[in-house]
Design a protein around this ligand. Structure first.
Ligand code: 4NP
Length: 157
């Protein structure tokens, strides 16, 4: 079993979308019993809330049902998960600072797995317009496919 945790700031826009997009790909590949997927945020301000309604609408239009409920990151996450995937430079630094040295290899930026976009971050869409939410989904669709390819290789090793 490989365990994947997507992390953003609030766990109401980017990481719930990554969770939704990746779960969709995992289900399509019939790997639900081999890959566990979750998401969380470094800030717990939105704990207990569903994903942002704008994010859910944009995702729904592409066929993704975002059902996750926001939670903050906890210490146990660093031991439990194999991949800890962050969204932007600040998020990456914040998570890395919380991670013990022997677990730091697990922490990456999700854009490391993009092959069709030059972006090195998934920008926070919260204070912007609709195009920001679309960009989040464009980048995550690209990155999640790359991530699944990588994990499938590991599962076959
Ligand atoms: P997320 O977006 O990190 O992608 O969930 C944000 C959600 C909320 C806030 C910032 C970013 N906020 O400042 O409340």
């Amino acid at each position: 079993m490989k365990k994947v945790l997507f992390v953003c700031l609030g766990n109401i826009c980017r990481s719930p979308s990554a969770e939704g997009v990746f779960k969709h790909l995992v289900a399509k590949a019939n790997l639900e019993d081999k890959i566990f997927v979750d998401s969380c945020g470094t800030a717990a301000h939105h704990e207990g809330e569903p994903a942002d309604s704008r994010m859910r609408e944009h995702a729904q239009k592409r066929g993704y049902d975002l059902t996750s409920i926001a939670r903050g990151m906890v210490k146990k996450d660093f031991e439990e998960f194999d991949y800890i995937l962050t969204m932007d430079n600040s998020n990456f630094k914040n998570v890395l600072a919380l991670t013990a040295d022997d677990q730091k290899y697990k922490v990456k930026k999700i854009t490391d797995f993009c092959s069709n976009h030059p972006h090195d971050q998934v920008p926070d869409p919260y204070y912007g317009g609709p195009e920001g939410f679309e960009l989040v989904l464009d980048l995550l669709e690209d990155a999640c496919q790359g991530l699944l390819n990588q994990i499938q290789k590991e599962l076959h090793q």
